[in-house]
Structures are given as structure tokens and as C-alpha cells.
Design a protein around this ligand. Structure first.
Ligand SMILES: NC(=O)C1=CN([C@@H]2O[C@H](COP(=O)(O)OP(=O)(O)OC[C@H]3O[C@@H](n4cnc5c(N)ncnc54)[C@H](OP(=O)(O)O)[C@@H]3O)[C@@H](O)[C@H]2O)C=CC1
Ligand SMILES: N[C@@H](CC=O)C(=O)O
Length: 444
């Protein structure tokens, strides 16, 4: 059998699991080689600190010379993360005719176009099943299986940490801070969970999903991003009362816009934000640190992909699947389908987001309040879909008999209109506070 030399860059949570599966003489590497039709041989493992022994990895394979290692490989598996030196190492690998497997969503969301072009120019593969939703096969379905369909929209719970935090708040009544601490204890969240909690990780994944679903390059900068720091225990409780749940969703959709001359055009939009989701929606049942991606396609209809979106072993499963595929490609001299160059739809600006909203107000419980509130929405052209009043409590705004919580759900409106409306509401005598504004999933 022909030999496929594999260079592994990174031996952390995911890399160590890949290294274990590729250990020389192991049953797993024999099985993988048999499936690949080639002898898969791990020729080196690049790390920052080569003096620390790694369980199950031959010390002689460890190196800090990642650059030298990529020039000795047929397939480079990049699991170091971050933008540099990962980007330069991938470009070097392509220059040397090596194919690449990576789980690095941040890199692909920032430099995907350059890297795909470099792989195409070199006639090699760039595969990245692990980059979105860990173990869940979603890249290949979008890149290949749905290439004959027209994807309209992709909705994803693609960050396990934030889904865990929101689920703890919903199912156990935990506070945001307690839920984040628990996610850290359980090893889901990073020591500094900013990339998760502020939506950066999900935004990178949204850019990748949008690129594949619409055959159009979408980068991290094109993604409107809001994290979950602003979601309170009261928001989650109010959602529960309304038969909904709060989730952080990555949304990629075809949409229409207007050019400078007012002519309509079709475009693409990608965004990440917390959203109120009806408990009837299939994504509402995704609990804990699990991920799921819901795809709406013209022909196929609705599809859902569900599973473990993080963790060393599950993510290594996706990496090894790509590795076997690339080893097969090298045997038969073939290449996977190109990612870019099939379409180039305009990407709508991040300030062009239109959704429904739920606005929660604390108001004086007295005659005329509802009319004043409704007027503020009307003044900005925001149409109200429903209004719900939660029980009045004693305590009162000055000069009246009590306060009530008013929950207003709007029809689809632009962010700017809603912001104007919220500013006006805050000025009303009868409004003690605008307690929260949350987006609501679904058109109306
Ligand atoms: N963890 C997860 O659940 C998932 C991770 N991913 C992605 O997979 C990739 C790897 O993640 P993960 O395993 O968690 O990362 P870790 O932080 O656990 O591991 C990173 C590894 O890369 C090595 N490394 C870092 N910088 C360099 C460098 N400049 N040169 C050589 N080696 C370097 C580190 O070396 P040393 O050990 O010496 O410090 C370490 O072994 C990331 O892109 C991540 O986004 C994707 C899906 C899920
Ligand atoms: N931090 C991420 C891990 C994988 O991408 C998450 O919580 O989902």
C-alpha cells in the first residue's frame, strides 16, 4: 500500500485524540489505513513545548519546528487554532503540495477565501468538517449533498458553552454568572469564555455556514454579532411563560435588499444573536452543550443535524473522517469539490438586520399607558403583534397605584426603527424602564 505521511500541528484537546488514533501499530491506525487504501503514517507532532511528554505520543515525533514538519507531509492536520502561525503554515503546506485538514473556524472565517484559492491553485484539498459543530457532519452535507438544492436558510446552535449556560438558566433557574462558572467547571467554556459568551465563536461558524450554503464568500466581518451577556434570569422566565426558550442562534439566510437606485436584489445575511424560540421548534429541544444545525432547502425541505459540537474525542472523529477522505483522494489523484467560485451574492451589511422583537417594559398600571406605549411603536412604523401584561405589583411609580410588566412582541422590523422606539419608550412618564429587548425567531 502507498504511504500517506501525516503532520499533526497541535496536541491539545483535539490533537491529542487524533494522535492517539494515529499511534504507530495501533488497531485504529490499521483500520483507518484499510479504509483509506493507504498506509497512514504520523510523521511528526508540532507543539509549543516539545519537552512535555504527551501520553501515547512517541517523544521522537514531538517538535517545535512546525514549518519544517509541514514540508515533510502529504496531509497536514492543523489543530493549533488562532490566525498565525496557522495561516502561514497552511499556505506553506499547499506550496509543498500537501492537503490540509483543519478545525480552525477562526482562521477560515478570517482568511477562508485566500486559503481556498491557495488550495485550488496547488491542486490539493482543504477540508474542515471539525470547524463547525464538532462531530456533527454539516460541512459535507452543505458542500456536497445539498449542492443540487437551493438552501434558503440555516439556523444553528453552534456553540456548546452558550447553549449550556442558557439551558441551565432555563431548566434550573440558574443565574448567568453561576451558569458560566458551572460551564467552566465542566470544561465546556474556556478559562476566558469571551469567545463563547460574546458570540465570536458562533459568528466564525456562521460565516463558514453561509459561505457553503450560498456558495458565496462570507467572512467574520460580514456577520452581525451579539452575545448572551445581556440575557437575564427574568428574560428566560418570561420566555418560559410565553412557551418559548432563549437560544443563541447563528442564522445564515438568503434575503432581499435594495441597491442605491432602489432596485431589489438577492443577497446573503449572516448573524448571531440570542433569540426567543418557540418550544415547538426542533432547535428548542437541544439541551446542554449539544449543537444542532437546521437547514431549510427548497427541494429537501427541513433537515436537522444534531450531536456533540465540542470536546476532544467527538471533534477528532470529524478530523479523522476528513483525513481518510484526503488519503483516498491522494490514492486516486482526485480532489474534493471547490468551495468558492460558484456564486458571489452580495452580502448585506450587518446593520441591515430585520427580525421580530420582544420588548419587556415596566410600566405604571394606570389608564392610558397602553395607548402611549402603542403610540411610541407606531411613531417608528413598528407594528405590534401581541401585548401581554404580567400581574401588577405594589410599589408603584410616583403617584400611581402599582407597576406592571408589559411584554410587547412586534412584527418584523428594522433594528434602527426598534432602537428609535426604545429611546422614545424610555422617555415616557408611565414607563419605569425598558427591562429588555430580545429578538424573536420567525417572520410574521
Ligand atoms: N476543543 C474543541 O472542542 C474544539 C476545537 N476546535 C478547534 O480545533 C483547534 C484546536 O483546538 P484545541 O485542541 O481545543 O486547542 P488546545 O488549546 O487544546 O491545543 C492547542 C495545541 O496547539 C499547540 N500550539 C499552539 N500554538 C502553537 C504553535 N505556534 N506552534 C506549534 N504548536 C502550537 C499547543 O501546544 P502546547 O501543547 O505545547 O501548548 C497545543 O498542543 C482550534 O482551532 C479549535 O477552534 C474545533 C471544534 C471543537
Ligand atoms: N468553545 C466551543 C468549542 C468548539 O467549537 C463551544 O463551546 O462550542
Amino acid at each position: 500500500m502507498e504511504r500517506v505521511r501525516v503532520a499533526l500541528l497541535g496536541c491539545g484537546s483535539v490533537g491529542s485524540q487524533v494522535a492517539a488514533a494515529l499511534a504507530a501499530g495501533s488497531e485504529s491506525v490499521h483500520e483507518l489505513s484499510a479504509r483509506a487504501g493507504a498506509t497512514i503514517e504520523l510523521v511528526g507532532v508540532a507543539v509549543r513545548d516539545a519537552s512535555t511528554p504527551r501520553e501515547g505520543v512517541d517523544d521522537e515525533l514531538l517538535t517545535t519546528d512546525a514549518e519544517g514538519l509541514v514540508t515533510r507531509a502529504d496531509v497536514v492536520v492543523e489543530l493549533i487554532g488562532g490566525l498565525e502561525p496557522a495561516r502561514s503554515l497552511l499556505l506553506k503546506a499547499f506550496e509543498h503540495g500537501a492537503s490540509v485538514v483543519t478545525g480552525n473556524k477562526a482562521l477560515l472565517a478570517a482568511h477562508g477565501r485566500e486559503l481556498h484559492a491557495a488550495a485550488d491553485a496547488a491542486g490539493v484539498d482543504l477540508y474542515f468538517e471539525a470547524a463547525v459543530a464538532g462531530a456533527i457532519p454539516i460541512i459535507r452535507p452543505l458542500r456536497e449533498s445539498l449542492a443540487g438544492d437551493r438552501v434558503e436558510r440555516v439556523l444553528g446552535i453552534v456553540n456548546g458553552t452558550t447553549n449550556f449556560v442558557l439551558d441551565e438558566m432555563d431548566s434550573r433557574g440558574a443565574s448567568f454568572d453561576d451558569a458560566v462558572s458551572r460551564a467552566q467547571e465542566l470544561g465546556y467554556a474556556e478559562a476566558d469564555p469571551t469567545a463563547d459568551v460574546d458570540g465570536w465563536d458562533a459568528a466564525a461558524k456562521a460565516a463558514i455556514l453561509a459561505t457553503l450554503a450560498f456558495h458565496t464568500p462570507v467572512t467574520l466581518d460580514d456577520v452581525h454579532r451579539e452575545g448572551i451577556r445581556g440575557v437575564s434570569a427574568e428574560d428566560v422566565a418570561a420566555a418560559r411563560e410565553a412557551g418559548a426558550v432563549v437560544k443563541l442562534l447563528a442564522v445564515a439566510e438568503r434575503t432581499t435588499g435594495q441597491d442605491d437606485d432602489g432596485a431589489a436584489f438577492e443577497g446573503v445575511q449572516a448573524r448571531v444573536h440570542p433569540v426567543l424560540l418557540s418550544r415547538d421548534h426542533p432547535l428548542a429541544s437541544v439541551r446542554g452543550a449539544y449543537n444542532a444545525v437546521f437547514v431549510e432547502a427548497a427541494g429537501a425541505g427541513d433537515l436537522m443535524f444534531y450531536g456533540q459540537g465540542a470536546g476532544g474525542r467527538p471533534t477528532a472523529s470529524a478530523v479523522l473522517g476528513d483525513l481518510v477522505t484526503l488519503a483516498r483522494h491522494r490514492q486516486d489523484g482526485s480532489q474534493g469539490p471547490r468551495v468558492l467560485g460558484h456564486a458571489d451574492l452580495p452580502v448585506l451589511p450587518t446593520d441591515a438586520v430585520r427580525t421580530r422583537y420582544q420588548v419587556r417594559l415596566v410600566v405604571a398600571d394606570r389608564p392610558g399607558v397602553l395607548a402611549a406605549v402603542a403610540q411610541a411603536f407606531a411613531a417608528h412604523g413598528v407594528s405590534i403583534e401581541t401585548v401581554r401584561q404580567r400581574p401588577s405589583v405594589a410599589g408603584a411609580l410616583a403617584g400611581d397605584g402599582g407597576v406592571a410588566s408589559l411584554v410587547v412582541v412586534t412584527h418584523t422590523a428594522a433594528d434602527a426603527a426598534l432602537a428609535g422606539c426604545v429611546a422614545d419608550l424610555s422617555e415616557l412618564d408611565a414607563v419605569a424602564s425598558v427591562a429588555s429587548v430580545l429578538r424573536v425567531e420567525g417572520d410574521s
